[in-house]
Design a binder for this molecule. Structure first.
Ligand SMILES: NC(=O)c1ccc[n+]([C@@H]2O[C@H](COP(=O)([O-])OP(=O)(O)OC[C@H]3O[C@@H](n4cnc5c(N)ncnc54)[C@H](OP(=O)(O)O)[C@@H]3O)[C@@H](O)[C@H]2O)c1
Length: 303
């Protein structure tokens, strides 16, 4: 299917993703009939961006769409899908897509099993904190698609319209949860770690803005290394160097100043052992660090 073959589509849900998809697909000339928001506030936000957006009861207009994208909370997808079916609003729909990354379409859209629709997943592999960020990030990002052959073709065509090109990941129903777990580790968990680091920087007296700027510069150098050298070679720091004395100092400092971060540091150091081993750090040095982690007390630095 080419982008030119896209059929009339409707986006149900005007949150971060739904609104951004509406703007980007509309800009790209996709035949967008409209959006629906549960609340007037969501509809106003979408309308301010030039999108036709209904709110309240699901509108009859959805019944004219050949492709329906459900961009509501993951927990609401099945409920809204059922309401669309029961309300006779899928009578023209050939394809229904949902946007969650953790569940295959057949499961997320289970209430549509009796409907003669192709079911699929269109999941942007991106951290969309709000619709403004999403407008910038989606056209350069990757998308994962899943579902039956026709639903995948529609999902790919939509992603192509947004600008994904060949940045498409083909998923199978049984690989979705692992795929999403990887995405959460890489993005959400990383943010939680950076937040911990930010609090430590602030404890040494840096202001919030200075801290954030310094942290972002550090992260950019890290991402640059990942991009240029790949993994595991991008790993730097005491575990990569096989330096147990520095790890012991860190554990001691955390115990004194931020004990709540000590278990996180230990868990991440354990993960870094495997990365360092793969990068070629000698086993002997890594064993000394592993032994430190096995101790329930915090050894004095230099012990
Ligand atoms: N944000 C991301 O980084 C990201 C990335 C990839 C995929 N996704 C997927 O995109 C989908 C939408 O997520 P989002 O980030 O756009 O979330 P969001 O900004 O919170 O928007 C979710 C929308 O769902 C609506 N909604 C919630 N419960 C509903 C219900 N019971 N009935 C009808 N509408 C309901 C909300 O309406 P109200 O505003 O009235 O609450 C809101 O408009 C999800 O499947 C998510 O997994 C998100």
């Amino acid at each position: 299917m080419t982008a030119a073959d896209l059929a009339p589509l409707y986006i149900v849900g005007a949150g971060r993703l739904g609104t951004a998809l509406g703007v980007l697909l509309g800009r790209a000339g996709a035949p967008l009939l409209g959006l629906w928001s549960r609340t007037a506030q969501g509809a106003q936000r979408a309308e301010a961006l030039g999108l036709p957006c209904a709110h309240g009861a699901l509108p009859a207009e959805i019944g004219r769409a050949s492709t329906v994208i459900l961009a509501v909370h993951d927990e609401a997808v099945a409920v809204v899908a059922g309401a669309l079916l029961d309300g006779g609003l899928l009578r023209q729909a050939r394809t229904v897509l949902h946007c969650g990354g953790a569940r295959p379409a057949a499961e997320a859209l289970a209430p549509l099993a009796p409907a003669p629709c192709h079911l699929g997943t269109l999941h942007p592999l991106a951290a969309l904190a709000n619709h403004v960020q999403a407008l910038r990030q989606l056209p350069t990002g990757w998308f994962a698609v899943e579902g039956d052959a026709e639903a995948r073709a529609v999902a790919r065509a939509l992603a192509a319209r947004i600008g994904a090109g060949t940045r498409i990941i083909e998923l199978e129903a049984e690989t979705m949860t692992l795929y999403h777990t990887a995405a959460v580790i890489a993005s959400n968990h990383a943010v939680a770690l950076w937040h911990g680091a930010l609090r430590l920087f602030q404890q040494i007296g840096l202001g919030k803005e200075q801290t954030l700027a310094a942290l972002v510069a550090l992260l950019r150098s890290t991402v640059d290394n990942v991009e240029t050298l790949g993994l595991p070679d991008a790993l730097t720091g005491p575990v990569r160097r096989g330096d147990p004395a520095t790890v012991a100092r860190h554990l001691e400092a955390l115990q004194r100043h931020a004990p709540e971060l000590a278990p996180v540091y230990r868990a991440c150091t354990a993960a870094a052992l495997a990365t360092a081993r793969a990068a070629g750090t000698p086993d002997e040095a890594l064993s000394a660090i592993a032994a430190l982690l096995d101790r329930s007390d915090t050894p004095p630095a230099g012990e």
